[in-house]
Design a protein. Structure first.
Length: 203
């Protein structure tokens, strides 16, 4: 397959995406083919080294932001004219399917919000412990210099403990944040995979 046929095949598989996104992606792969040809490969070899049009189109869509991909899929999907019995079923089944869809969406959103709140709360606790420890330590040192009693030494110990605990909790908080970001990323990839799979079946 030569370069023009390859790029045209990829373009066909990206129907629904904006012309700007398609051209930007094709320019990247056209340049990649040119680079391989400069390294000594023939045009057909350079195209083969890039991958198949299906693989490239799928990769381009996987790299797109999810909202943009969903919008492109909706745009590319052919308009379906419902039959009379399908309309009747949709109307009659509305009290059943609509609450289920709404509940599923709310549950997914709630799950994300709860995770985000947990992470934020964890960081607030860590910050509060660290700040309280620093303030207490500074106040204790000041009081000690001004002639405070032995109780100030205990207060300084509590301050150091609070700062140490804050430093210790920072790493689990960071790990929790990374885990949440990875979880959202995996979920996004899963949805993208489903959209791309459906698009390929309809093609």
């Amino acid at each position: 397959m030569n370069r023009n046929d390859f790029l045209q095949a990829v373009r066909e598989k990206l129907k629904g995406l904006s012309e700007e996104d398609i051209n930007k992606a094709l320019e990247f792969y056209e340049e990649a083919i040119s680079d391989r040809m400069e390294e000594g490969l023939t045009e057909d070899q350079a195209v083969a080294a890039i991958g198949t049009p299906d693989e490239i189109a799928n990769q381009i869509m996987m790299d797109m932001p999810l909202p943009k991909l969903m919008k492109a899929q909706a745009k590319a999907k052919p308009k379906k004219s419902f039959k009379a019995w399908e309309i009747v079923l949709l109307v009659l089944g509305f009290p059943l399917w609509f609450p289920l869809m709404l509940t599923a969406g709310i549950l997914a959103l709630t799950f994300v919000i709860v995770l985000a709140v947990l992470v934020i709360a964890f960081f607030i606790i860590v910050a509060a412990l660290g700040f309280a420890g620093i303030v207490t330590l500074v106040a204790s040192i000041t009081t000690l210099i001004m002639g405070g009693g032995t109780a100030i030494v205990m207060q300084m110990g509590v301050a150091v403990f609070a700062m140490g605990l804050a430093m210790l909790l920072f790493f689990p908080a960071k790990a929790l944040t990374v885990w949440m970001i990875e979880l959202v990323g995996k979920f996004s990839k899963w949805i993208k995979g489903k959209i791309i799979s459906r698009k390929n079946k309809e093609a």
